[in-house]
Design a protein around this ligand. Sequence first.
Ligand code: NAG
Ligand code: NAG
Ligand code: NAG
Ligand code: NAG
Ligand code: NAG
Ligand code: NAG
Ligand code: NAG
Ligand code: NAG
Ligand code: NAG
Ligand code: NAG
Ligand code: NAG
Length: 612
Amino acid sequence: MAPNSMSFPMFFVMFSIAFPVVVTVTFMYRNSSFGLFEGYSEGNLQRGTSQNVTTAAERLPNVTETHGFQLGRAIQNTTHDSSGGKDQGNNNSTVSSGVKERQRRSQNHTSIEGRIKNNIITADDGSKIASLTSSKNDSTPAHVNLDDNDKLLGGLLTSGFDEESCISRIQSHLYRKASPHKPSPYLISKLRNYEEIHTRCGPNTRAYHRSMTMIEHSKNKGAATLCKYLIWTPANGLGNQMINLAATFLYAILTDRVLLVEFGKDKHGLFCEPFLNSTWILPRKSPFWNEKHIETYQILLEKDRASNSTEDLPSVLFINLQHTRSDPEKYFHCGHSQDLLQKIPLLTLQSDQYFVPSLFMNPFFNQEVTKMFPEKETVFHHLGRYLFHPSNEAWKLISDYYEAHLAKADKQIGLQIRVFSPVSTPQQAVMDLVLSCTLKHKILPQVDLQTSAGKNQTTVKAVLVASLYREYGDNLKRMYRKNPTLSGEVIKVYQPSHEEHQKYNDNKHNMKAWIDMYLLSLSDELVTTSLSTFGYVAQGLGNLKPWLLYKLVNNETHFPPCERDFSSEPCYHFPPKHYCNGEPLKDIVSSFPYLRPCKDFRVGLKMVKDSI
Ligand SMILES: *[C@@H]1O[C@H](CO)[C@@H](O)[C@H](O)[C@H]1NC(C)=O
Ligand SMILES: *[C@@H]1O[C@H](CO)[C@@H](O)[C@H](O)[C@H]1NC(C)=O
Ligand SMILES: *[C@@H]1O[C@H](CO)[C@@H](O)[C@H](O)[C@H]1NC(C)=O
Ligand SMILES: *[C@@H]1O[C@H](CO)[C@@H](O)[C@H](O)[C@H]1NC(C)=O
Ligand SMILES: *[C@@H]1O[C@H](CO)[C@@H](O)[C@H](O)[C@H]1NC(C)=O
Ligand SMILES: *[C@@H]1O[C@H](CO)[C@@H](O)[C@H](O)[C@H]1NC(C)=O
Ligand SMILES: *[C@@H]1O[C@H](CO)[C@@H](O)[C@H](O)[C@H]1NC(C)=O
Ligand SMILES: *[C@@H]1O[C@H](CO)[C@@H](O)[C@H](O)[C@H]1NC(C)=O
Ligand SMILES: *[C@@H]1O[C@H](CO)[C@@H](O)[C@H](O)[C@H]1NC(C)=O
Ligand SMILES: *[C@@H]1O[C@H](CO)[C@@H](O)[C@H](O)[C@H]1NC(C)=O
Ligand SMILES: *[C@@H]1O[C@H](CO)[C@@H](O)[C@H](O)[C@H]1NC(C)=O
């Protein structure tokens, strides 16, 4: 069966959406949407395979000064006729060399126009980047010197995929700066090994049917099966789900289990299949889809404490690792627990936490993960880029948006503004916070209030604002439209528009959220709101150390507006509180020197480099 990205009807939305993200005891909503922006449509080198160089203004529908639904329609227009994937690869949707250009330009300001000669675009070193006269049936980006090593992210990804079924997999490296972090040879070998197990034991294989049948018939008594499984079930918003899914995947690798995901309709069409020639979706007809009547990990622990007998282990176990402040310790990080779990062929895990640090804390796994990730602060960076590839539908929206608005800029700033308590926090206080952070750290320039003439405008910074409230973006736009900047930089602000009178189902919410997170991850600099798992996904994919905005909950002013994070790893908000012997965990850093309290949540922990 050829794995394929799921199809998604292209009635794309750009209105108000709410993504609940539980972090402590409160629900916080981040709400953002996508849509019409002030476009500016100077010439932009278009997609590499077009016969002639066209400008953005020619290719894109007029997005300037439009409001409402037009972008939505434009997206529909360009997606419907290329939904087959084939045309997409062959024709208009081939990657824009302008995108690659931006990355190069940011280091070296030679203009792209200066490098087009005889329809060949050259890099600064004179090497050919792309030919503008490629044959029409060329399904890879037009003669772009695609180093396979770049394309496969230094060996992180495996070759052999049907490229057209997941265009983002081969194109993402053109949009993102090359990562300075190479996956270790050991990580690569573990991934290839995992893929082999998944191919052998995944859905629709004989081994799968045999193992699952055996498990089903021996629910309450142990069974030795050919293959072992780990079923991921969703909890909380998409950001939480993605960081948790990456952690769950790592746990699957460490325990030689096949990862299967319970993706409901809400995640339809978001991601490509990550594993070659197989699927990671738990089949709908599986008896373990939403299985409620199985033994729980908590009960297993109690039984284990009462007697030492592990003879009556079940074949299926539900592990709830969702945080609550008052929960008894779960001892999931402990060797003894893992010893028990190892014998159970099917585990169903539910959590909204990035529990990777607890795997490092576990003596069972510590050696393995340390070998896989010599740079401990890159776990999500690697696993996230391995697992999460936007589907063709999502990728079209991401890449089109990127090229229309962001690719032209010399620098991109991602600005995620979440308001935790809209009622008690005046908008002005949030705006002041954002400005005070971005101006102080020179992420954005000061405006020149004395003159409106302006200096020579040299560089363009694009600011992508993700927020429920369009006022923040509007304020920024107004500020930079009225006055030139002291630095001479031109600031272009793009903020999603937002429709209050429409209702959308979760799938659209999630699609929107995913596109938002991905675009934020392409930033050169990122400013996020503390505790935001959306921010974590973006920073991890993009290898960015974000500036964390202070979590405002009322009209306060006396605090640093933001702090720079020390790694791009997500924060594990609710880590274990006890050693395995039951003693309270006191000095975490001396016990686990590679862990630090998170900057945005002191109770939480995250990975750091050994050397820090
Ligand atoms: C490019 O455009 C010019 C003018 O529009 C046209 O004369 C020329 O044939 C085009 N070249 C190709 C390769 O299509
Ligand atoms: C887009 O706008 C420009 C200038 O406003 C105009 O010249 C052009 O004809 C428009 N294109 C379309 C397709 O409407
Ligand atoms: C989309 O296509 C329809 C019909 O093909 C056309 O009327 C409409 O103008 C197009 N919209 C845009 C924004 O290009
Ligand atoms: C795609 O390219 C073809 C010619 O190769 C052109 O006729 C068509 O308008 C383009 N479609 C879009 C959506 O740009
Ligand atoms: C290019 O796209 C056009 C319309 O979008 C389609 O008719 C044509 O078959 C495509 N060409 C190739 C070579 O796929
Ligand atoms: C761009 O880089 C090339 C070589 O890497 C160098 O010769 C050239 O001077 C650079 N141009 C600018 C404007 O920095
Ligand atoms: C692709 O183009 C080459 C020549 O440019 C031709 O020989 C080949 O048959 C074409 N393949 C397809 C699938 O059209
Ligand atoms: C994946 O499937 C394709 C087509 O079915 C096949 O050619 C290829 O050999 C398979 N790859 C692996 C690793 O099984
Ligand atoms: C459980 O095992 C430990 C040592 O492995 C032993 O000290 C303890 O007495 C046993 N408890 C029971 C209830 O069997
Ligand atoms: C601004 O640009 C003009 C010509 O483009 C040049 O003459 C002038 O010296 C520049 N001014 C500054 C301050 O760079
Ligand atoms: C918030 O605080 C500032 C200064 O501390 C004050 O000027 C402003 O009026 C306050 N706003 C509200 C809504 O309380």
